[in-house]
Design a protein around this ligand. Sequence first.
Ligand code: ZN
Length: 427
Amino acid sequence: MGAKLLRNGFLIDGTGKEPLAGVDVLIEGNKITQVGTNISVPERYRQDEIDVIDLNGKTIMPGMTEAHTHLTWQDALYIQDIDFKPIEETMLAAIRNAETLIKSGFTSAVSAAARGRVDIAIRDAINRGEFVGPRMLANGAEVSASGSFVDLHPNHVRVHGLAILADGEDAVRKTVRSLFKEGADIVKLNVSGESLTPHARNEMTLYTYKEVRAAVEEAHARGKRIYTHARSSDSVKYCVQAGVDIIGHADFINDEVFEMLVENKEKHFVVPGMNWLVSTVEEGAKYFGQEAIEATGYKEGLEIATFNMNRLYKAGVRVLPGGDYGFKWCPHGGYARDLEHFVKLVGMTPMDAIVSATKYGSQIMEMEDQIGTIEPGKLADILVVDGNPLQDITILQEHKKLEVIMKDGEYIINTLDVNKSAEIPVA
Ligand SMILES: [Zn+2]
């Protein structure tokens, strides 16, 4: 691989520092080697080894991380649809969704559960260069208690779909161990309910503290992490007490649990899944009828989530974008909507929303020294955006405005002119 010189960009570097105009970024191989003004290409490169791209003041920023991804959820209306879809079609959809993710500007993704070993197989295939997709942390089936929101079928019908039902500490340990053995980077544990399933609503806590703790012990013993579904206040409390690394949702936390999270903010990431809530409230009636959506309580849930994410954000807890995309009313490709909700609902500055998607993204990926910011020495996971997301965060949702998407120094997308000489005048 040769060098790429991106000239005259408007740099949002992912650290949260003030943006800078007129910045050049030099990429050599898969790494960013220089960031500054009037950079010239080192003489060791022949002309045909250099790509020079004039950004004309367009935004250059790090690739983003989607922190609650389900590659294997596709066009689902009911959670049961995910269970019943045959694994072969599920695999094909997941391969497409991995490509959609990166072509939406998300060069990294943390899976929050998957069917079978699909995530693991796709992660490995992407890493071998066989498929286009983001850097992936793979997950496995949702580990859940009997009677949880993913235990959806009558007791006489057994379906091995998105969940593995595990009750009691020993069963949880055994399941977590087996999922890590199969190659998962992270295991998902459903600690609270989810009101789409009437027998296991949001506010119900469905695992005991000891079961949560058992899962965390097994993960940490292997240097791995647990990702929980935790909406109810008690479920989040157990997550903090047990040392769960990534807490999904956390929307119904009370003052006590809020304080606990703030005290332990270095240990946890919170991924609320704002867009799933917003979309369910705004679009759900189309699919389920107004009455049914109101009965779920998601409208009130969104208000509480907004309040709690605002105070968590202000207290310095890391709140990340990631939104359960893969349902009919919350389809793949819309991932950057979470950043819009962070700005318009949660009250983040656009810069902080970008930091949460980039720098915090690198932390949740456990790649902080490698990705997440545009600095010399980092891997070249880079976006060029036609427009300024600090003025309008929604432009990140417009895929056509993502004119360059680069991962590991390679173009996933480039719609800009490439010159083969560093000597062209900057327009
Ligand atoms: Zn999810």
